[in-house]
Ligand binder design. Structure first.
Ligand code: HEC
Length: 228
Protein backbone atom coordinates (compact mmCIF):
# COMPACT_ATOMS: atom_id res chain seq x y z
CA UNK A 1 0.00 0.00 0.00
CA UNK A 2 2.62 2.51 1.18
CA UNK A 3 5.02 1.51 -1.59
CA UNK A 4 2.26 1.88 -4.18
CA UNK A 5 1.65 5.44 -2.96
CA UNK A 6 5.30 6.43 -3.38
CA UNK A 7 5.56 4.70 -6.73
CA UNK A 8 2.57 6.73 -7.84
CA UNK A 9 4.22 9.94 -6.56
CA UNK A 10 7.45 8.94 -8.35
CA UNK A 11 5.50 8.52 -11.56
CA UNK A 12 4.25 12.09 -11.11
CA UNK A 13 7.86 13.24 -10.76
CA UNK A 14 7.82 13.65 -6.96
CA UNK A 15 10.66 11.83 -5.16
CA UNK A 16 10.83 13.42 -1.71
CA UNK A 17 9.21 12.60 1.63
CA UNK A 18 5.64 13.98 1.78
CA UNK A 19 5.33 14.79 5.51
CA UNK A 20 7.45 17.98 5.27
CA UNK A 21 4.93 19.47 2.83
CA UNK A 22 2.12 19.20 5.41
CA UNK A 23 3.81 20.18 8.69
CA UNK A 24 3.45 23.88 7.95
CA UNK A 25 -0.31 23.73 8.40
CA UNK A 26 -0.48 22.60 12.06
CA UNK A 27 2.70 24.53 12.96
CA UNK A 28 1.44 27.75 11.38
CA UNK A 29 -2.00 27.40 12.93
CA UNK A 30 -0.57 26.81 16.40
CA UNK A 31 1.59 29.92 16.03
CA UNK A 32 -1.53 31.74 14.78
CA UNK A 33 -3.62 30.66 17.79
CA UNK A 34 -0.93 31.92 20.17
CA UNK A 35 -0.47 35.29 18.43
CA UNK A 36 -4.19 35.98 17.97
CA UNK A 37 -4.86 35.13 21.61
CA UNK A 38 -2.12 37.50 22.79
CA UNK A 39 -3.35 40.30 20.51
CA UNK A 40 -6.97 39.77 21.57
CA UNK A 41 -5.99 39.88 25.25
CA UNK A 42 -3.52 42.77 25.21
CA UNK A 43 -5.40 45.03 22.78
CA UNK A 44 -8.85 43.81 23.84
CA UNK A 45 -9.85 43.02 20.28
CA UNK A 46 -13.25 41.41 20.80
CA UNK A 47 -13.48 40.61 17.08
CA UNK A 48 -10.42 38.35 17.32
CA UNK A 49 -11.70 36.40 20.30
CA UNK A 50 -12.92 33.39 18.33
CA UNK A 51 -9.87 33.26 16.01
CA UNK A 52 -7.53 31.20 18.25
CA UNK A 53 -10.23 28.58 18.51
CA UNK A 54 -10.62 28.28 14.75
CA UNK A 55 -6.85 28.02 14.43
CA UNK A 56 -6.77 25.25 17.03
CA UNK A 57 -9.65 23.43 15.32
CA UNK A 58 -7.96 23.47 11.93
CA UNK A 59 -4.63 22.46 13.47
CA UNK A 60 -6.38 19.56 15.21
CA UNK A 61 -7.92 18.38 11.95
CA UNK A 62 -4.67 18.75 9.99
CA UNK A 63 -2.50 17.01 12.54
CA UNK A 64 -3.94 13.59 11.65
CA UNK A 65 -3.10 13.50 7.92
CA UNK A 66 0.27 15.06 8.78
CA UNK A 67 1.02 12.27 11.24
CA UNK A 68 -0.18 9.61 8.84
CA UNK A 69 2.13 10.91 6.10
CA UNK A 70 4.98 11.14 8.62
CA UNK A 71 4.41 7.51 9.52
CA UNK A 72 4.45 6.55 5.84
CA UNK A 73 7.67 8.51 5.18
CA UNK A 74 9.21 6.80 8.19
CA UNK A 75 8.30 3.38 6.82
CA UNK A 76 9.37 4.15 3.26
CA UNK A 77 12.49 6.31 3.61
CA UNK A 78 13.79 5.08 6.99
CA UNK A 79 12.46 1.53 6.78
CA UNK A 80 10.67 2.05 10.12
CA UNK A 81 14.03 2.32 11.89
CA UNK A 82 13.83 3.15 15.63
CA UNK A 83 16.08 6.19 15.51
CA UNK A 84 16.00 8.87 18.24
CA UNK A 85 14.23 11.67 16.32
CA UNK A 86 11.44 9.25 15.44
CA UNK A 87 11.07 8.16 19.07
CA UNK A 88 10.83 11.78 20.22
CA UNK A 89 8.30 12.62 17.52
CA UNK A 90 6.16 9.59 18.36
CA UNK A 91 5.96 10.78 21.99
CA UNK A 92 5.42 14.50 21.34
CA UNK A 93 2.82 14.18 18.54
CA UNK A 94 0.17 12.54 20.80
CA UNK A 95 0.91 15.18 23.48
CA UNK A 96 0.21 17.86 20.87
CA UNK A 97 -3.10 16.20 19.98
CA UNK A 98 -4.18 16.17 23.65
CA UNK A 99 -3.15 19.83 24.08
CA UNK A 100 -5.03 20.87 20.94
CA UNK A 101 -8.16 19.03 22.10
CA UNK A 102 -7.85 20.62 25.53
CA UNK A 103 -7.49 24.06 23.98
CA UNK A 104 -10.59 23.55 21.86
CA UNK A 105 -12.69 22.23 24.76
CA UNK A 106 -11.57 24.86 27.29
CA UNK A 107 -11.84 27.55 24.61
CA UNK A 108 -15.52 26.78 24.35
CA UNK A 109 -15.91 26.97 28.12
CA UNK A 110 -13.86 30.09 28.92
CA UNK A 111 -13.63 31.84 25.54
CA UNK A 112 -10.71 31.16 23.21
CA UNK A 113 -8.97 34.44 24.10
CA UNK A 114 -9.05 33.83 27.85
CA UNK A 115 -5.80 34.28 29.78
CA UNK A 116 -6.40 30.81 31.23
CA UNK A 117 -5.79 29.31 27.80
CA UNK A 118 -2.47 31.00 27.18
CA UNK A 119 -0.42 28.22 28.86
CA UNK A 120 -2.08 25.67 26.56
CA UNK A 121 -1.34 27.72 23.43
CA UNK A 122 2.21 28.16 24.67
CA UNK A 123 2.66 24.41 25.32
CA UNK A 124 1.31 23.70 21.81
CA UNK A 125 3.93 26.10 20.50
CA UNK A 126 6.63 24.22 22.44
CA UNK A 127 5.36 20.88 21.10
CA UNK A 128 5.44 21.99 17.45
CA UNK A 129 8.90 23.47 17.98
CA UNK A 130 10.22 20.15 19.31
CA UNK A 131 8.51 18.25 16.47
CA UNK A 132 9.95 20.66 13.91
CA UNK A 133 13.42 20.51 15.43
CA UNK A 134 13.58 16.72 15.31
CA UNK A 135 12.08 16.75 11.82
CA UNK A 136 15.00 18.94 10.81
CA UNK A 137 17.35 16.59 12.61
CA UNK A 138 15.97 13.73 10.52
CA UNK A 139 16.20 15.59 7.24
CA UNK A 140 19.44 17.45 7.69
CA UNK A 141 21.10 15.44 10.42
CA UNK A 142 22.76 17.14 13.35
CA UNK A 143 25.58 14.64 13.41
CA UNK A 144 27.30 15.22 10.10
CA UNK A 145 31.06 14.88 10.17
CA UNK A 146 32.58 17.76 8.28
CA UNK A 147 35.48 17.43 5.90
CA UNK A 148 37.38 19.76 3.57
CA UNK A 149 35.21 21.95 1.31
CA UNK A 150 35.78 19.78 -1.74
CA UNK A 151 33.64 17.07 -0.12
CA UNK A 152 30.75 19.40 0.75
CA UNK A 153 28.45 18.08 -2.00
CA UNK A 154 28.81 14.50 -0.78
CA UNK A 155 28.50 15.58 2.84
CA UNK A 156 25.15 17.26 2.10
CA UNK A 157 23.78 14.18 0.34
CA UNK A 158 24.95 12.02 3.22
CA UNK A 159 23.25 14.33 5.75
CA UNK A 160 19.94 14.17 3.89
CA UNK A 161 19.82 10.51 2.84
CA UNK A 162 22.10 8.47 5.08
CA UNK A 163 22.80 10.08 8.48
CA UNK A 164 19.53 9.01 10.07
CA UNK A 165 20.53 5.34 9.85
CA UNK A 166 24.28 5.82 9.54
CA UNK A 167 25.22 8.49 12.11
CA UNK A 168 28.96 9.25 12.03
CA UNK A 169 29.49 6.62 9.37
CA UNK A 170 28.18 3.89 11.68
CA UNK A 171 24.94 1.94 11.55
CA UNK A 172 22.10 2.70 14.00
CA UNK A 173 20.21 -0.46 13.07
CA UNK A 174 23.03 -2.99 12.65
CA UNK A 175 26.08 -1.66 14.48
CA UNK A 176 28.31 -4.37 13.00
CA UNK A 177 27.61 -3.05 9.48
CA UNK A 178 28.98 0.50 9.46
CA UNK A 179 29.37 2.52 6.27
CA UNK A 180 32.84 3.79 7.06
CA UNK A 181 35.43 1.23 5.96
CA UNK A 182 32.74 -1.05 4.55
CA UNK A 183 34.12 -3.65 2.11
CA UNK A 184 31.49 -2.36 -0.33
CA UNK A 185 33.52 0.82 -0.72
CA UNK A 186 36.26 -1.10 -2.57
CA UNK A 187 35.22 0.61 -5.84
CA UNK A 188 32.68 3.29 -6.83
CA UNK A 189 30.94 0.70 -9.03
CA UNK A 190 30.50 -1.71 -6.14
CA UNK A 191 29.23 1.11 -3.94
CA UNK A 192 26.74 2.25 -6.59
CA UNK A 193 25.51 -1.29 -7.09
CA UNK A 194 24.86 -1.56 -3.34
CA UNK A 195 22.89 1.71 -3.29
CA UNK A 196 20.68 0.48 -6.14
CA UNK A 197 20.25 -3.02 -4.67
CA UNK A 198 20.89 -2.95 -0.91
CA UNK A 199 19.86 -5.59 1.61
CA UNK A 200 16.73 -4.77 3.61
CA UNK A 201 16.02 -2.85 5.78
CA UNK A 202 18.23 -0.37 3.93
CA UNK A 203 16.06 1.33 1.26
CA UNK A 204 17.21 1.30 -2.36
CA UNK A 205 18.27 4.61 -3.91
CA UNK A 206 17.12 4.75 -7.50
CA UNK A 207 18.88 6.60 -10.30
CA UNK A 208 16.31 9.39 -10.04
CA UNK A 209 16.99 10.13 -6.37
CA UNK A 210 20.73 9.66 -6.59
CA UNK A 211 22.10 10.12 -10.10
CA UNK A 212 25.64 8.79 -10.80
CA UNK A 213 27.38 12.15 -10.19
CA UNK A 214 25.81 12.37 -6.75
CA UNK A 215 26.79 8.78 -6.00
CA UNK A 216 30.36 9.69 -6.90
CA UNK A 217 30.29 12.77 -4.61
CA UNK A 218 28.86 10.59 -1.84
CA UNK A 219 31.53 7.97 -2.44
CA UNK A 220 34.33 10.55 -2.27
CA UNK A 221 32.95 12.00 0.95
CA UNK A 222 32.54 8.60 2.63
CA UNK A 223 35.94 7.22 1.63
CA UNK A 224 37.92 10.43 2.18
CA UNK A 225 36.21 11.91 5.24
CA UNK A 226 34.29 9.16 7.08
CA UNK A 227 36.69 6.34 6.22
CA UNK A 228 39.73 8.03 7.73
C1 HEC B 1 16.65 3.11 6.82
C2 HEC B 1 18.00 3.08 7.22
C3 HEC B 1 19.10 3.25 6.22
C4 HEC B 1 19.34 4.30 5.36
C5 HEC B 1 18.49 5.55 5.18
C6 HEC B 1 20.59 4.00 4.71
N1 HEC B 1 21.07 2.80 5.12
FE1 HEC B 1 22.82 1.95 4.52
N2 HEC B 1 22.41 0.32 5.67
C7 HEC B 1 21.31 0.17 6.50
C8 HEC B 1 21.33 -1.15 7.07
C9 HEC B 1 20.31 -1.71 8.05
C10 HEC B 1 22.45 -1.80 6.55
C11 HEC B 1 22.91 -3.25 6.79
C12 HEC B 1 22.19 -4.10 5.76
C13 HEC B 1 22.65 -5.52 5.77
O1 HEC B 1 23.80 -5.75 5.44
O2 HEC B 1 21.83 -6.37 6.11
C14 HEC B 1 23.13 -0.84 5.70
C15 HEC B 1 24.33 -1.08 5.04
C16 HEC B 1 25.02 -0.15 4.30
C17 HEC B 1 26.32 -0.38 3.71
C18 HEC B 1 27.11 -1.67 3.77
C19 HEC B 1 27.75 -1.85 5.11
C20 HEC B 1 28.45 -3.22 5.17
O3 HEC B 1 29.66 -3.23 5.07
O4 HEC B 1 27.73 -4.21 5.29
C21 HEC B 1 26.67 0.76 3.06
C22 HEC B 1 27.96 1.02 2.29
C23 HEC B 1 25.59 1.70 3.25
N3 HEC B 1 24.60 1.13 4.00
C24 HEC B 1 25.55 2.98 2.74
C25 HEC B 1 24.46 3.82 2.82
C26 HEC B 1 24.42 5.12 2.20
C27 HEC B 1 25.56 5.74 1.41
C28 HEC B 1 23.20 5.64 2.48
C29 HEC B 1 22.64 6.96 2.01
C30 HEC B 1 22.61 7.18 0.60
C31 HEC B 1 22.47 4.67 3.29
N4 HEC B 1 23.28 3.58 3.46
C32 HEC B 1 21.17 4.86 3.78
C33 HEC B 1 20.34 1.12 6.75
C34 HEC B 1 20.21 2.31 6.06
Amino acid sequence: MIKAFYHFMNALGYHHPVHPTEVHMPIGLVVGAFIFAIVAIIFRRIKLEATPRYCMLLAFIWVFPTMALGFMDWQYFYAGAWITPIKVKLVVAPILIVLLALGIILGKKYGAASVRLLPIYFLCLCAVTVLGYYGGQLTFGGRTIEGPRQYLAGQRIYAVSCTACHPNGGNALMPDKPVARSPLLASPQMFEFWLRHPAAPMPAFADKTLPPDKVQALYDYITSVLGK
